[in-house]
Design a protein around this ligand. Structure first.
Ligand code: NAP
Length: 280
């Protein structure tokens, strides 16, 4: 019987319980996935010690605790160390080991949707944004061997900091968002990773798409709304798109694999998850 869960705040509307209970079902494993909300008023250390006593097999960590959990871990994998952010913890005989599944989850979702992109590693990729998610995605794509990954962000220093992760294998130019808009036609893949486009933030796209090439794949990791304005606009201009909820699913698949050693196919869950998100 697997005991799994999620810590974060707020998490009441998290899709993770649905995803992981479905993964348990698909893997024919008994188990449960529970929410352990830790509010800003709670004593974090006390709550983490309570969690230790529950002897979970594994748990996810979301905002705002991805860094705060680190002092309570016994070990971290290399990616989590590089990211200095943990979103998945596995209990290995009482030892907590931290992972970061953002980058690998994203690359799996991309590879599943567009395997042709991975046939040549000389593709040109542009990442819009330089937050935590962009960092994980950039790192995973450089490890995969893509040779040119440029970054555009409002705060240039954050983009420069990310570019240091790929210095050995990958060429990276840093742009302002405005500069990036003038070069959009050069890219095979554009990955929108800023929070712009989210229901609760600003629905207007982060960038002008006038120069978008219809051959380009436009990906947005924002998944609420399901098809963001930038994806709608890109699709209207003839580009292929990648919806953000697929990253959520493949990240969960990787976390589930870390916890159970099993890797259920999540392809058919893409439509099921859409139905859940649409309240159908
Ligand atoms: P984060 O670390 O807070 O980074 C936010 C990014 O958005 C930064 O690049 C920031 O630019 C940019 N930004 C925010 N407000 C902006 C504005 N008004 N104008 C221009 N840029 C702005 O967040 P994160 O953890 O990377 O997450 C980013 C988004 O990805 C969120 O919407 C999150 O829900 C989503 N996400 C989805 C998945 C998935 O599985 N699909 C996984 C992780 C995250 P500055 O650096 O200049 O502040």
């Amino acid at each position: 019987m697997y005991k799994l869960g999620l810590i974060g705040y707020p998490i009441q509307h998290s899709l993770s319980p649905w995803i992981h209970e479905r993964l348990l079902q698909k893997a024919e494993l008994q188990g449960e996935y529970c929410l352990f909300e830790i509010t800003p008023e709670d004593d974090f250390k006390e709550k983490v010690l309570e969690l230790k006593e529950k002897q979970l097999d594994g748990f996810n960590v979301t905002v705002p605790y991805k860094e705060k959990i680190i002092p309570y871990l016994n070990d971290m994998d290399d990616i989590a160390k590089e990211m200095q952010a943990v979103n998945t913890v596995v209990n290995e005989n009482g030892r907590w080991v931290g992972y970061n599944t953002d980058g690998i989850g994203y690359v799996r979702s991309l590879e599943n949707a567009y395997p042709d992109l991975f046939e040549h590693l000389n593709r040109k990729i542009m990442i819009l944004g330089a937050g935590g998610a962009a960092r994980g995605i950039y790192y995973a794509l450089t490890k995969f061997g893509f040779a040119q990954i440029d970054i555009a962000n409002r705060t240039q220093e954050k983009a420069e900091d990310i570019a240091k992760l790929g210095k050995d294998n990958t060429k990276t130019k840093i742009f302002t968002i405005e500069e990036a808009s003038r070069h959009l036609d050069e890219y095979d893949l554009i990955i929108q990773t800023t929070s712009i486009g989210m229901k609760s933030v600003d629905l207007k796209p982060i960038i002008q798409l006038n120069r978008l090439n219809p051959e380009t794949i436009m990906s947005d990791i924002v998944y609420q709304p399901i098809k963001t304005q930038i994806l709608q606009d890109a699709q209207r201009l003839g580009a292929r798109i990648l919806l953000g909820h697929t990253m959520l699913l493949y990240q969960a698949q990787y976390a589930f694999e870390i916890w159970t050693g099993m890797c259920p196919d999540v392809k058919e869950m893409e439509h099921e998850l859409l139905a859940v998100m649409e309240g159908r």
